[in-house]
Design a protein around this ligand. Structure first.
Ligand SMILES: Cc1cc2nc3c(=O)[nH]c(=O)nc-3n(C[C@H](O)[C@H](O)[C@H](O)COP(=O)(O)O)c2cc1C
Ligand code: SF4
Length: 423
């Protein structure tokens, strides 16, 4: 059985307090890291094979190595704790139950890239998490794990908690930077990339909570240990949030690459009584859905990409046979449409049209040619937007189309639902 790494402390009494964290070896990694050179730390993270857990799966060590080495330049670390992808509830568990794990990872990451200041951009609804982080940061200052000359070294570091106000787009890394700077969260054009022109125009690394929480373990147990868990190109422990039609929905920590079937049927207790599995969204609603035939797919970045979908945030949403896929796709696209920031025309206008056409199909007023119209709208959006939100919406719709074409066609032709007969 896999021994939890990231969630190992969360059932301890007062797990969010410094005393609990220290009792399980907390801040030992920071001591070790401060004895290393920043470059050797970056190399260690590269060697571990850690890939970002925020969705894109980019190499964390490589991202850190892009930060200019000039010691006179101000640099920043931003922790992305926006966790807005529907179905995702992994970062929240770390923040609420083990905030010191994140803080320790952030101080080590900041030392590696030479940042004296970092921000945690936390989703506005996470008020308990934000309070716990603020308290944990105070405790860390008292023990000099934060502040001036940390543990007697020349390295000083401050962390600030920045509360968001509830928009999905704030999780897109450049929109997040705009929001911290006090502006409306509109994504920036790239290049320049944040590693060169980031927060307040300075070199910045943006990393997800789960990514940063992996860092103390890599420092403590070594790059080779981390690299030995799961597939060689996509290693490490991974948090999977499972929701939908399963008997035991919840958060599970498993090796990267665990097959989808094992996650659903062994860990999450299988499909609810009397229902059959119809579809699975493997990584948050932007990830195209899979079906029964794909259940043996290993849950890692590359295996899912090979199936035309993605690991994303690791949020597994299970859909049973009582759910209409047209309705599921409509709900998803109402979300994307609502959350589109409106900066670029293909996403702003395209998603508005997609929702209009989807609504009429779902409401039994679909017209001949609507499928072709939706497909054309997808072509008009895909690859033509400022940020990946538009592409994510298209990928989700294409996934539903490709796997369940007959349900869309039935709705249009018969003016009713194939699954539950509703008009
Ligand atoms: C619309 C949108 C929303 C996103 N939301 C989040 C989020 O809530 N949390 C997150 O870590 N990354 C989110 N991302 C990905 C970030 O832009 C970025 O890739 C990530 O924070 C980088 O961290 P990592 O390298 O540790 O994965 C989002 C991306 C997009 C396009
Ligand atoms: S793709 Fe959508 S969310 Fe992203 S910048 Fe354009 S309008 Fe905004």
């Amino acid at each position: 059985m896999f021994e939890p790494v990231l969630l190992k402390n969360i059932n301890m009494p007062d797990s969010y307090k410094l005393t609990s964290y220290m009792s399980s070896g907390g801040y030992q990694a920071l001591k070790k890291a401060l004895e290393m050179t920043p470059d050797s730390l970056i190399q260690m993270v590269k060697d571990s094979g850690l890939r970002g857990r925020g969705g894109a799966g980019f190499s964390t060590g490589l991202k850190w190595s892009f930060i200019p080495k000039d010691p006179t330049l101000q640099k920043y670390l931003c922790c992305n704790a926006d966790e807005g992808e529907p179905g995702t509830f992994k970062d929240r568990a770390i923040i609420e139950y083990d905030p010191h794990q994140l803080i320790e990872g952030m101080v080590i990451a900041s030392y590696a890239i030479g940042a004296d200041t970092s921000y945690i951009y936390i989703r506005g609804e996470f008020s308990l998490g934000a309070d716990r982080l603020e308290d944990a940061i105070k405790e860390a200052y008292q023990k000099n794990y934060l502040g001036k000359n940390i543990l007697g070294t020349k390295f000083s570091h401050d962390i600030y908690v920045h509360r968001g106000a509830g928009a999905y787009i704030c999780g897109e890394e450049t929109a997040l930077l705009e929001s911290i700077e006090g502006r409306r969260a509109l994504p920036r054009i790239k290049p320049p990339f944040p590693a060169h022109v980031g927060l307040f125009g300075k070199p910045t690394v943006i990393n997800n909570v789960e990514t940063l929480a992996c860092i103390p373990h890599i420092v403590n147990r070594g790059a080779a240990w981390f690299a030995s868990i799961g597939p060689a190109k996509s290693p490490g422990p991974k948090l999977f949030g499972i929701s939908g039609s399963v008997n035991k929905p919840g958060l599970y920590e498993l090796p990267m690459g665990t097959p989808l079937r094992e996650i659903i049927f062994t860990h999450a207790g299988g499909i609810r009584p009397g229902k059959k599995l119809k579809a699975v969204i493997p990584g948050g609603v932007s990830a195209p859905m899979l079906t029964e035939k794909d259940l043996d797919t290993p849950m890692d970045f590359d295996s899912l990409a090979a199936k035309g979908t993605m690991l994303g945030s690791g949020a597994v949403v299970v859909i049973d046979d009582s759910m209409c896929i047209v309705k599921a796709a409509l709900i998803t696209h109402e979300f994307f449409h609502h959350e589109s920031c409106g900066k670029c025309t293909p996403c702003r206008e395209g998603l508005d049209w997609i929702v209009k056409v989807m609504r009429r199909i779902e409401h039994g007023q679909g017209k001949e040619g609507d499928m072709e119209l939706l497909k054309k709208l997808c072509v008009d959006i895909f690859g033509r937007t400022f940020c990946p939100l538009g592409d994510g919406a298209v990928m989700a719709l294409r996934g539903a189309f490709n796997n369940f074409t007959e349900e869309f066609e039935y709705h249009i032709k018969n003016k009713r639902c194939m699954v539950n007969g509703n008009r």
